[in-house]
Design a binder for this molecule. Structure first.
Ligand code: ATP
Ligand code: MG
Length: 394
């Protein structure tokens, strides 16, 4: 019954002169995402409003679900748009609307009229009262409650009259493409896909790097990471994924360095290589799924030592979050089920029984001196043999 959706966006409305840039990005993102939905859609901007108009048959549920994944959208209102043909015609349309939207008429309501066009012959208050009366006449089971109505019927007098009573929540955030690019270190775990989602929600375009260690990690572990990237791409759009073969570097560290320092040294080389691709891709920062105290390599001391190799800012959106809160987001964005599949990732295989939890930078650097002979060459080979995959939403 709805041919149009009114798209509400809050935060971007306050960006002053840049406002149109944000709105245009949002319009473009909506067009991009709706291309995958069955139906014909027209997205337009009008007087600080974005509308999605549909043409012919379309899948309502799929359309709404798709809009709910577009960052920058705060609310999605299925709306009825009518020409102004006088008050009686309007009242009739509103009553039809109520009849079709609410089969069960046992509800309280309030009419909330607004005039964006002040030349309408009635004031907002007059419209509220008159339309309210018509609804009560047509559906005597309904009643008015101006303080806590169950149904709020919005009537906005614009060039077209907008009638709506439902606002489906959107994801919020900022439109993609309005904040630059960042490199996500994407593993097969629960945390990093959530971290990527969160930063992307602020309008940041994602690129990703995954380190695997064949034959210690399987082809299925790699496929799992690609699957996770596909899930994140449903929100963030296409992700350029770099798959780095990390085996020789890992074996070399294993051979030369104290095993309790293995994870931390490995993490430092991961950051270095990821930063190489980040610079190449003109990223403005890197993103990890680290959270204080979660594991030995994520104590404040460990994080400081890992961070020391990076020149770019490293964004860690989960830094102060508890696991359960991270899991809730993973469930919401549908990455959780994939993340908990049991394939080994490259960190779990070489992990020491008693890893250092308070590494000192001096010590770690001293251990790394033992890698001098071959590490540059191994890093170069890892970079040269990296596979790049363009991952689209599934
Ligand atoms: P996750 O659930 O994201 O795997 P984790 O709790 O397993 O995190 P770690 O293994 O210590 O934590 O990794 C911390 C962060 O380092 C990850 O969130 C991710 O950003 C990055 N990272 C770890 N392993 C890899 C990998 N194999 N490839 C790419 N990034 C990785
Ligand atoms: Mg992990």
């Amino acid at each position: 019954m709805y041919k149009s959706f009114l798209i509400k966006y809050a935060e971007i409305a306050i960006k002053g002169k840049n406002r149109y840039l944000f709105e245009d990005a949002l319009v473009q993102n909506i067009r991009y995402h709706l291309e995958r939905v069955e139906g014909t859609f027209h997205v337009r901007k009008e007087n600080g409003r974005i509308y999605v108009d549909t043409e012919g048959e379309y899948d309502y549920d799929e359309t709404v679900e798709t809009l709910q994944r577009i960052f920058g959208i705060v609310g999605i209102c299925p709306v009825v748009l009518v020409e102004d043909e006088g008050f009686d015609a309007l009242a009739k349309v509103v009553c039809d609307y109520v009849d079709r939207t609410y089969p069960d008429k046992n509800f309280t309501f309030k009419v909330d009229a607004r005039r964006a066009r002040k030349n309408y012959p009635m004031t907002s208050m007059e419209i509220n009262a008159a339309v309210g009366e018509k609804i009560l006449e047509a559906f005597p089971e309904t009643s008015v409650d101006v303080h806590h109505p169950e149904v709020m019927i919005h009537i906005e007098i614009r060039p077209m009259i907008n009638i709506y009573s439902t606002e489906i929540p959107g994801p919020g955030g900022m439109p993609l493409g309005t904040a630059g690019r960042a490199m996500l270190l994407l593993s097969g775990g629960i945390d990093s896909p959530v971290a990527g989602y969160m930063v992307s929600k602020r309008g940041v375009t994602l690129e990703a790097t995954y380190f695997h260690a064949p034959p210690y990690t399987s082809e299925r572990a790699k496929q799992k990471v690609i699957d996770l990237a596909k899930k994140v791409a449903r929100y963030s759009g296409q992700i350029k994924l770099h798959v780095v073969n990390f085996t020789d570097i890992q074996l070399y560290i294993y051979e030369k360095c104290p095993h309790e320092e293995l994870t931390i040294i490995m993490r430092r080389y991961m950051m270095k290589i990821a930063e190489h691709f980040a610079e190449e891709g003109k990223c403005l920062g890197m993103i990890t799924g680290e959270s204080i105290g979660q594991v030995a390599s994520q104590t404040m001391q460990s994080l400081a030592v890992t961070n020391e190799v990076c020149h770019m800012p490293v964004y860690r959106p989960l830094i102060a979050m508890d696991k359960q809160d991270i899991v809730s987001i993973a469930e919401k964005i549908d990455t959780y089920e994939t993340s908990i599949l049991p394939y080994e990732d490259c960190c779990t295989i070489f992990v020491a029984k008693h890893p250092v939890t308070k590494p000192s930078l001096k010590h770690i650097k001293k251990s790394e001196c033992r890698l001098e002979e071959k590490i540059d060459e191994l890093m170069q080979t890892a970079i040269d043999t990296t596979e790049t995959i363009l991952v689209d939403a599934e």
